[in-house]
Design a protein around this ligand. Sequence first.
Ligand code: SF4
Length: 336
Amino acid sequence: MVDINIAAAKEKLSTKGFLDIDVSPELDLFLEIEKLKKEKNAIILAHYYQEADIQDVADYIGDSLGLAQQAEKTTADMIVFAGVHFMAETAKILNPDKKVVLPDLKAGCSLADSAPGHLFQAFKERYPDHLVISYINCSAEVKALSDIICTSSNAQKIVESLPADQKIIFAPDRNLGAYLIKKTGRDMVLWDGACMVHEIFSLEKITKLKIRHPNAKLIAHPECEEPILRLADYIGSTTGLLNFTKKDPSMEYIVATETGILHQMQLSSPQKTFIPAPPTNNCACNDCPHMKLNTLEKLYLCMKYEQPELLMDPTLMVAARKPIERMLEISAKYGL
Ligand code: SF4
């Protein structure tokens, strides 16, 4: 009976995106996941924006740069990627011979989706003398059309590593691109993409919140819009924000990025208060709906049945690998 259910779930995998199998609520998933890790020599890499339970079972929790670096050096046989699709793709590109599984194949990214490969190719052709720096939040197709990949942790260094007269296309995030133009003084052509989570913060509500909490510092991710960044006391990548809250003496922060990071902030500084920056409407829109498609149950199932597995075109993987390697080389050079 159970086998019939599994067979049916596997059949529906491509439409559902995950194995739709009931998991007994009595099962201790934390224990089971630990057992599966050992049995299968698996490593769980999780992004900071994952729900707290997933972060708690992960072997490594990080932002996109840290996750790519971990994926590059892992000796595990199976990589379990708790994040979104483009992140699992990056892990696969760096480990073409390893099995990469993910809890839900449909965990996408509005930012990556804002730059379809064929449209980006046409855009790039309009600027033949430009080099392309792409933020890691893009599809493998866009990576393959890029010269260097960057993350929010290393973007500034990567832009500055190019000669001052080098013309640059930056894709796909227009807010991070505008922030980099301001920081580096470089004139870059920007692709017009954005993240649905980081564009939702309300300047008006944050201003009111700052009045109610006069000692709270506003800390923001550079994917936020310019008016929010102008108000921020500190701007940084997800890891940058976390590290800032560990070292900074303030006791209260308004955090303008996806709410998942608050779990690590609270664990690192239990005596401090972290307030999620409010969105323009009343829903929990600063929760990334793509990241939050992953659940502990789906994570357990993908480890147990080794599905959904991420499979990619080998030629595309080779083309997309080069710009990722360039990013890792530059990051290593600067100790990032
Ligand atoms: S938070 Fe934004 S950039 Fe990150 S995965 Fe979600 S939609 Fe993509």
